[in-house]
Design a protein around this ligand. Structure first.
Ligand code: UTP
Length: 243
């Protein structure tokens, strides 16, 4: 299994500072946030890590240049998260970690790998519970009713940023994905979705709806996810990680 960390996004929510510092390199204590994510991937036991960057984010490559288990691919145009993952296409199953999503209080990736091995799950999507009024900020999963209070659910569908009236649950996709290699085929012919972007959520939703890909499971991991892609989330991360 390989890890893919996406870090090629424009970072508009963190402008103007993101013009000069990639948001993924903002400090959490004495380390850039991305280093914490690399540590999480290594702890989960991956065979190698590919970081997806853009030419404006060479700082990331410079920082990690001496790490022998890390390589880099470029996303030439920012066409969405699904497109970023596709740039790192491989023949292996993959653990995808968003470069601007930190998890405090557990190693989400390790928990997901463990649960998939123990139960022979094909794909596991990391989830968090969110307040119903905030569903329009997240990818929300649809699962069987009897599953909604459990920490492991079978995902039937996924909807990108639904309003609370249209949200099928309060379970949100939370920055970590364990995916079978078949995801790359789906991404390669994925039509643009919300905001005209190639959405990873849309490709996973197709896998969830099609029995031939095996069941897509969701797992509510134990830790707290911080989205450092915007100033409020970043300040929250600084407070939480300081302890
Ligand atoms: P986000 O949607 O949070 O990042 O993607 P963004 O596009 O940089 O955000 P804004 O809206 O401009 O502020 C989650 C992760 O996926 C990466 C981002 O770098 C981030 O780490 N990403 C997103 C890509 O690598 N490529 C893309 O085209 C989009």
């Amino acid at each position: 299994m390989k890890a893919i960390i996406t870090a090629a996004g424009l970072g508009t929510r963190f402008a103007p500072v993101s013009k000069i510092i990639p948001k993924e390199m903002l400090p959490i204590g004495s380390k850039p946030a991305l280093e914490l994510i690399v540590e999480e991937a290594r702890l989960a036991g991956v065979d190698g890590i590919t970081i997806v960057i853009s030419h404006q984010k060479e700082m990331i490559r410079d920082y990690f240049t001496s790490s022998s288990d890390i390589d880099f691919v470029y996303q030439e145009e920012q066409l969405g998260l699904g497109h970023a993952v596709l740039q790192a296409r491989t023949d292996d199953d993959v653990l995808v970690l968003l470069g601007d999503a930190l998890v405090h209080g557990c190693s989400a990736a390790s928990e997901m790998v463990k649960i998939s091995k123990e139960n022979n799950f094909a794909s596991v999507i990391g989830l968090e519970r969110v307040p119903l009024e905030k569903t329009s900020r997240y990818g929300i999963v649809k699962c069987d009713d009897h599953d909604t209070n459990s920490s492991v659910v079978t995902i039937r569908d996924m909807i990108e940023k639904p309003s609370p009236e249209l949200a099928p649950s309060n379970l949100a996709v939370a920055g970590r994905y364990l995916l079978k290699r078949e995801i790359f085929e789906l991404l390669a012919n994925q039509a643009p979705g919300k905001n005209g972007e190639i959405q990873l959520t849309d490709a996973i939703a197709r896998a969830a709806r099609d029995a031939k890909f095996g069941e897509v499971k969701g797992f509510v991991y134990d830790g707290k996810r911080c989205d450092i892609g915007n100033p409020d989330g970043y300040y929250q991360a600084l407070t939480i990680f300081r302890g």
